[in-house]
Ligand binder design. Structure first.
Ligand code: SF4
Ligand code: SF4
Ligand code: SF4
Ligand code: FES
Length: 898
């Protein structure tokens, strides 16, 4: 029936008065009566209702009496209207609700003792509340359990046909994987088409099921809800920063739930703009890496060709002695460090402090270098902002969204749900520009398929179309006429026809997109891996900022140019200064005032200004022999970077390689010492998500084996090196950060950031804008290889860590196969599973193929999580001259039948 949020940014709902149990209540016209009643503090029974999706009205529990009506009405499906007189209590209503409970229970198996929902079951609660004790006519359904899905089991004997699972999947997630089907005389929930469930496996249907009809395969029959310790924490898979509960028993993670699982059924529908409280498949079912048998449980020391277990004390002595000796003999520039953005803010802060204050080296970097730093540098340069300006609510309530170079459902599934709500509830126009047929493209009003690597050209076209159609916001451009003239001159040579020819996005579509973006009151650009991880990423973001500037979409509320962070704390890594160019707070490492401040706070002399090296330079210096000792925390450059980067040669030359990681990675296997680190489930701290929210990470269980939190290991190492660090907990580190970066800990509420473009437009702009519109030549136009080979993320994985989670590997194993469009396979005369030879300028390999409709013709894809076969080694690496970001996710290849 579609109860929309009563208030949206464009229309304020009319306030109405109605009477509830004799009291006058003010409400918004048209919202669910159930929510109005709940807003008074009176919670009446409900089972099929949930405020995050449209009401279904099947359970018959939320009955109220409305004056003028003979029979009780279902308050969830009734809309609040002015003058209603409502009664919510009385014996008549109690009896009617009791009858509804009896009806449900009369066909319910009453197998509560073995049901996972026991103690957390709405039907059980309702039976208890209504004194249902005797069911003389109860009968069994005897429906066999559907166990075909890899993660969920469906026990339809317990189903009360409330449709919450179907509705959350259809309404909120826009996946629509479930349906009712009459089978064996009962309405049963089945996967669409009654085949094995094939969906995103987010588990939100499991979360909302009020009974135990949908069960979690991983935790079934293991424990009762009250036997588990429930820890509220933040997911450590992607930058969305979803809040979750890790439910543990001793050192075993039993299951993951989220606010949606423990929800209240009532709330203002408009609140879902900030999130619906669910999780994606990685967050919900990817937890098994935490207590995996493959965890490194004890320090390892190299003895000859082998890594052997050793006590912490001996290992740390050796590591510290070796670091000290190398530094004494070869100076501070012989030491470098790399850290993953899966570490907490506190650990990232300590890491850069250890490198700079402890080792006196500014050769340090984090995984934010793999792309996010392109965005940060461009946005800082133009706007003075070091992060995305818009939060989830802005995304949800946008009227126009351009998603360019982002397979958002795969990389940031819950931010994708915000865009889905923008489409479905707020009727946003969404333009998806991508070289793959992404999930979001299928839902968007304007899907645009472009040729791989032409994102930059398309942006040129959008800027040009905006100028040609005179979609200019004069308030923005009038203040900077010289800059505006420079931009016009820079794009004068851009031809929309040429852009269309080279990119595949038609002139009409370029013009439509420009108009949609310029004319909407709230317009947002989202760019991700297809921009920030590609050559010219920095320049392409500046061009997107140009587009937003001339259309007045930079400083208006709800507008802006944004990116997505793939790892959970890429933003935190930059903010904490885990990059040679930044001190904490993104202060420039070369800024004397900032240097003085941190030198004083840490009581050290910092490495000289202008010194330092980022990832690629560090590897180069390892190869040249300048860097002799490398400290790697959670990073795995050997498995991540293509062979042409000669990572193995770089690591081979080291006199000391120390790898600190929860797992024995490819890089770890080359190490002289491996220090076992905890996962985020075993430590406290914070992550900063893609909105800039600082979110708590809480220790849910004791460390596995002898592993220790990264901050703990770094503190011990620093003290052994002669620093006097007194941190006893992550809170102590937080206290120091708080003093140095007042306001950073924003308690989950991102500070609104305001772009300031005046300085940039009045100074550097006119001289630099010309170059960025000349650089866009489509990759590979110069060579004869007809296919684009892309590497990217899958929904079911995140980096390499998810490959340690058996549940996710079961859903999405490494097939070792190249994914191709079926038409291309037909043209090459290869069938599924047949072998092809894949050749790039870097080499050649044979592998099997599999069809994939989402892959565009003339394109092929291999998931970046897997290294067998090592497809990444076919990639050429291009390093951005301004930001040092290496791009290696795309190349040109030939494919022949082997
Ligand atoms: S797991 Fe998620 S996608 Fe799959 S049916 Fe349930 S709600 Fe839908
Ligand atoms: S499976 Fe659960 S959520 Fe779905 S209709 Fe049945 S009781 Fe409701
Ligand atoms: S969207 Fe990201 S943060 Fe949220 S549950 Fe999934 S992986 Fe975790
Ligand atoms: S009919 Fe209203 S909650 Fe089920």
């Amino acid at each position: 029936m579609g109860l929309k949020p009563a208030t949206n940014p464009d229309v304020e709902a009319v306030a109405i008065e109605l009477s509830i149990d004799g009291k006058s209540v003010t409400a918004k016209d048209g919202v669910s009566l159930y929510d109005v009643i709940s807003s008074t503090g009176k919670i009446i029974p409900a089972m099929c209702y949930h405020y995050t999706f449209d009401p279904f009205g099947s359970c018959g529990m939320c009955l109220v009496m409305q004056e003028g009506k003979k029979a009780p009405v279902r308050s969830c499906t009734a809309k609040a209207t002015a003058g209603m007189i409502i009664r919510t209590e009385g014996d008549d209503l109690f009896q009617a609700r009791k009858k509804a409970v009896e009806k449900h229970l009369s066909v319910h198996p009453l197998d509560c003792p073995v049901c996972d929902a026991d103690g957390h079951c709405e039907l059980q609660d309702m039976a208890f509340q209504h004194g249902v004790t005797n069911l003389p006519n109860a009968k069994q359904k005897f429906i066999p359990e559907d166990t075909r899905s890899p993660v969920l089991d469906f026990n339809m004997n317990r189903c009360i046909a409330c449709a919450e699972c179907i509705n959350v999947c259809k309404d909120v997630l826009m996946i629509d994987a479930l349906q009712f089907m009459k089978k064996g005389g009962f309405n049963q929930v089945v996967p669409k088409g009654d085949v094995a469930l094939s969906c995103e496996f987010c588990g939100d249907c499991l979360a909302v099921c009020p009974v135990g009809a949908i069960t979690n395969k991983f935790s079934k029959y293991l424990y009762k809800p009250w036997q588990m310790k429930k820890t509220a924490t933040t997911c450590n898979y992607c930058g969305d920063g979803c809040q979750m509960y890790l439910e543990t028993k001793d050192v075993e993670v039993v299951r993951v739930t989220s606010p949606l699982s423990w929800k209240n059924k009532w709330g203002d529908r408009a609140d879902t703009a900030k999130g619906h409280g669910g999780l994606c498949v990685r967050g919900r079912f990817g937890f098994e890496f935490i207590d995996s048998a493959a965890r490194v449980k004890q320090p390892l020391l190299r003895k000859g060709n082998r890594l052997v277990e050793a006590p912490w004390l001996e290992t740390m002595h050796q590591v510290v002695d070796r670091f000290s000796e190398i530094r004494r003999k070869h100076g501070s520039d012989s030491i470098a460090g790399l850290i993953t953005a899966r570490c907490t803010n506190e650990e990232l802060y300590l890491f850069q402090k250890l490198m700079r204050a402890g080792f006196q080296s500014n050769q340090l970097d984090s995984s934010a270098r793999y792309g996010h730093l392109n965005f940060v540098h461009a946005s800082r340069h133009a706007l003075g902002l070091g992060r995305s300006p818009n939060d989830w609510e802005d995304l949800t309530k946008a009227k126009a969204v351009i998603i360019i170079g982002s397979n958002i459902t795969e990389t940031n599934p819950l931010t994708a749900v915000r865009i889905k709500e923008a489409i479905r509830v707020y009727k946003a126009q969404v333009v998806v520009i991508d070289s793959a047929v992404t999930n979001m493209a299928k839902l968007a009003s304007h899907p645009v398929l472009i040729k791989p690597g032409t994102e930059g050209l398309v942006i040129d076209g959008l800027v040009k179309a905006t100028l040609e159609l005179d979609l200019i916001d004069e308030n923005s451009t009038r203040k900077h006429p010289k800059a505006f003239e420079a931009l016009k001159a820079a794009v004068a040579q851009v031809s929309l026809e040429q852009v269309a020819l080279q990119s595949g996005m038609s002139v009409a579509s370029l013009k439509d997109t420009a108009a949609i973006f310029a004319e909407a009151p709230r317009s947002i650009i989202l760019c991700a891996e297809g921009i920030v991880r590609q050559p010219d990423g920095y320049q392409n973001i500046l061009k997107l900022i140009d587009l937003a500037w001339i259309t007045g979409k930079l400083d208006q509320p709800g507008c802006g140019v944004n990116t997505l962070t793939e790892e959970p704390n890429e933003q935190g890594a930059v903010d904490m200064g885990a990059a040679p160019e930044f001190l904490p707070g993104q202060a420039s490492f070369n800024d004397q005032t900032a240097r003085d401040r941190f030198a004083k706070a840490w009581n050290v002399t910092l490495p000289v200004a202008g010194s330092g090296a980022s990832l690629i330079e560090i590897l180069k210096r390892c190869r040249s022999g300048q860097i002799r000792a490398l400290y790697v925390i959670g990073e795995n450059p050997l498995a991540t970077l293509p062979a042409s980067m000669e990572v193995r040669a770089a690591l081979d030359r080291l006199e000391l390689l120390v790898v600190q990681d929860p797992f024995l990675t490819e890089t770890g296997r080359m190490a002289h010492a491996v220090l076992p680190a905890c996962t985020s489930a075993e430590k406290d701290g914070t992550f900063t998500n893609l909105e800039g929210r600082v979110l708590r990470v809480r220790e849910a269980m004791d460390p596995i084996g002898e592993s220790l939190p990264d901050w703990h290991i770094m503190t011990a190492m620093a003290n052994a090196l002669g620093c006097q660090w007194e941190y006893e907990s992550s809170n102590d580190i937080q206290a120091e950060i708080m003093k140095l970066l007042p306001g950073y800990y924003n308690l989950g509420q991102p500070r609104k950031v305001v772009p300031t473009m005046d300085r940039y437009l009045s100074h550097d702009y006119s001289t630099e804008v010309g170059a960025r519109y000349r650089s866009s030549t489509p990759p590979g136009s110069h060579n004869q290889r007809p296919f684009a080979l892309l590497m990217g993320q899958l929904l079911y994985h995140s980096g390499k860590m998810s490959t340690e989670a058996p549940g996710l590997m079961k859903i999405a194993p490494n097939t070792g196969r190249l994914r191709m469009n079926p038409l291309d396979m037909e043209r090459l005369n290869v069938g599924e599973g047949m072998t092809v030879r894949l050749t790039s300028d870097r080499g050649s390999m044979q592998l099997a193929v599999q069809p994939d409709q989402s892959i565009a013709p003339q394109t092929c894809f291999f998931p970046e999580h897997f290294n067998e076969p090592p497809v990444k080694d076919l990639m050429t690496v291009q390093v951005d001259p301004t930001t040092g970001v290496p791009s290696f996710k795309q190349t040109r290849v030939t494919i022949e039948k082997a």
